[in-house]
Design a protein around this ligand. Structure first.
Ligand code: PLP
Length: 380
């Protein structure tokens, strides 16, 4: 009989999002508000640059951390955002997904804990488990999806290695307030834990007041890993391109994982990535903002509680008052109303459902009409 495989991995359930997407796919005419996948095309100049790179023969192994031109461009791009990272403090990764995986594998010893504010993107738990660590959930549902200082302090113990921060957030669309970030900074400085700033939605923050921990608290630099991605702001999910920035001591460890796991990202995508950095995502962001306003208005008319999203393209209304668990609610939404959402349980929070509004306005309107019908039926 074959010996057992990685037991931490074997215990992982398959992604709930995938299960609900599959159910939606099996349901003819279902409007899918499930995916975090912009419906826009990657800007044309970015696509064109790949052909030029291929024509120039950029088909060999590039440097592990990225081609110098891209690292320089990323360093300059981050400087414009108020983040001082030299090109040799950056690693170009296979999406933010690999950046997060490499970081966690580099930071964690078996049994180490990672504090994850929930609701949260499910990838973190999976990656922590793959690194033989343990997630400690920090519930933010009662505090408007903000991190409360005392709750954070209570979540940190002797085995805590890191905290994950996602702002704007998936699934809530909320951003952390300056007050929450200051509280985090004080606790992080005192305890010496690392913070993994998953900032993949930073260009899709709607308000001037949006703050990033790494910008507001540069003194924490030696404990921060800033993760970013081309996927969301430039509609480049399929390119699998992201990057991370970290002080050289951390970066040196993360780069070992990156090197042994993937070696590098494709050479011929990297000049196109430089072109993307020069493209302004504001038009897409303004489209999302308009849809956010529509979603807020419609959910409020349905009487569903909602923390107003301030970025990304998700809303996370409360559905607890409708008398169904979130999985049953989302199953019935697909089967009876023909609209697919993702249950809050997929993000560690019962009583909510995630709605993505990165779909066309027509589909969004149709989906919201159907959701409104179901909510009215459930209220009887
Ligand atoms: C919060 C968050 N982090 C990371 C990722 C992964 O992004 P990438 O496509 O760059 O791997 C996603 C994708 O949905 C996300 O929502």
């Amino acid at each position: 009989m074959p010996r057992p495989t990685n037991s931490d991995l074997a215990r992982l359930a398959t992604s709930g999002i995938r299960r609900f997407t599959a159910l939606a796919n099996e349901t003819p005419g279902c409007v899918k508000l499930t995916l975090g996948e912009p419906e826009f095309d990657t800007p044309a100049p970015v696509r064109a640059a790949v052909g030029e790179s291929l024509a120039r023969g950029l088909t060999h192994y590039p440097p592990n951390n990225g081609r110098p031109e891209l690292l320089e461009a990323l360093s300059a791009y981050m400087a414009e955002q108020g983040l001082a990272y030299a090109p040799d403090e950056l690693i170009v990764t296979v999406g933010a997904t690999e950046a997060l995986a490499a970081t966690l594998l580099a930071l964690l010893d078996p049994g180490d804990e990672v504090v994850v504010p929930v609701p949260a993107f499910g990838l973190y738990e999976t990656l922590v488990r793959m690194a033989h660590g343990r997630v400690v959930s920090l519930d933010t549902c009662e505090t408007g999806f903000q991190i409360a200082r005392d709750a954070l302090v209570a979540a940190i113990g002797p085995r805590t290695k890191a905290l994950v921060l996602t702002s704007p957030n998936n699934p809530t669309g909320c951003v952390y307030t300056a007050e929450a970030l200051d509280a985090v900074a004080e606790v992080v400085a005192r305890t010496g834990i690392y913070v993994i700033c998953d900032d993949v939605y930073n260009r899709l923050a709607y308000d001037e007041g949006y703050e990033r921990l790494a910008v507001r608290h540069p003194e924490l630099r030696g404990q921060l890993v800033v993760v970013d991605s081309f996927s969301k702001p430039w509609a480049m999910t399929g390119w699998r391109l992201g990057w991370l920035a970290a002080d050289s001591a951390i970066k040196a460890e993360v780069q070992k994982v990156h090197q042994y796991l993937v070696s590098s990202v494709p050479a011929f995508l990297q000049d196109a990535a430089v072109v993307a950095l020069g493209c302004d995502p504001a038009p897409m962001r303004e489209t999302y903002r308009r849809r956010r306003d529509l979603v807020c208005e419609r959910l409020s008319a349905m009487g569903l509680a909602l923390e107003r999203p301030a970025g990304a393209f998700y809303a996370f209304p409360g559905i607890a008052g409708l008398g169904l668990g979130s999985e049953e609610f989302c199953e019935r939404a697909i089967r009876e109303a023909g609209v697919a959402l993702v249950p809050g349980t997929c993000f560690g929070a019962e009583g909510y459902a995630r709605l993505s509004y990165c779909v066309s306005e027509d589909n969004l309107e149709r989906g919201l009409d159907r959701l409104g019908g179901l909510v009215a039926d459930l209220r009887g």
